[in-house]
Design a protein around this ligand. Sequence first.
Ligand SMILES: Cc1ncc(C[n+]2csc(CCOP(=O)(O)OP(=O)(O)O)c2C)c(N)n1
Ligand SMILES: [Mg+2]
Length: 338
Amino acid sequence: MQRAPIEEIRVAERGSSPVSNASIKRLFFYMLLARALDERMWILNRQGKAPFVLSCQGHEGISAGAALALEPGVDWIAPYYRDLAMVLMFGMTPQEVMLGFFGRAEDPSSGGRQMPAHYGHAQHKILTGSSPVATQVAHIVGIALANKIRGIKGVALASLGEGSTNQGEFHEAMNFAAVQRVPAIVLVHNNGYAISTPLVHQVSVQDLSLRAQGYGILGVTVDGTQPLAVYEAVKAARERALAGQGPTLIEAKTYRLTPHSSDDDDRAYKSEEVRQQERRHDVMRVFSRWAKDHGYLSASEEQDITREVLRLVDEAVEYALGAPTPDPTTLGQHLYGS
Ligand SMILES: Cc1ncc(C[n+]2csc(CCOP(=O)(O)OP(=O)(O)O)c2C)c(N)n1
Ligand SMILES: [Mg+2]
């Protein structure tokens, strides 16, 4: 199934850029760190050392662009499994990510109980995720309502895939958020597929942001392969939320560059031609080229960052592989009352 091409989104040129040089480098660093961790996870999975990968490849620009516009320590996020770059920018370390990946006792998300990529970190205001998709939207709307009632100057952002917006829970949460005008942001990563189901068999609208009209809130669609376009949209939504203007629905379009998970084979439903075309829109290639062409990043800086990122990945894997698994006698903890 062919997708309509992503609309060109203007990215501010050097000089009129809404973000500093340091922020561009920060974006690049965390996007690359997420990509490198993810690529290593696939290798470890194929080596039989870890059971399951849910990949962020192709989604790094959305997660990082959004995180750059938020305030870690103040704002709450309820990420989904493709938001590795977002949780890293909110303070999770590569080591903590790998502890979760291997299901180790020290895993901050769940002590090794959750599936991998169900990120959570109370200290960093990262709400732990539930496997049923879209449940996080209601959770974030509740946090945003609490912020509003308590007069806390922070926002709450939920992130999810486009397929997940068809859950009843999504609509209930969006409607309630709109009626209560809570300071929430709902970020939809539209990668054109819900596992193997293409967009045309999921919805009959071209842009999911159109759904915002039905709730009476602002809806925006941006190119998710342009981290700065995502940044600008989330920044504007945050300002509106803090000014009492209520929630915003943001749709960011991108391409999922891997199968849905390590248990999926996307060759069954994507032709080689489609997969190659998606790879040409790889956000890492697009952003690296843009940053170099516009003088934000030199080739030698890119090499240095790549070396540093790979060192962090090696260190994280070594630590997590050597870390103890949960004590079997704690199996019932947090599940049953005594
Ligand atoms: C309520 C519920 N139904 C089904 C599933 C199984 N499931 C997990 S991910 C997924 C696809 C989600 O697609 P989308 O929201 O587009 O996110 P993407 O994986 O494409 O980023 C499904 C059906 C689930 N976890 N929860
Ligand atoms: Mg999807």
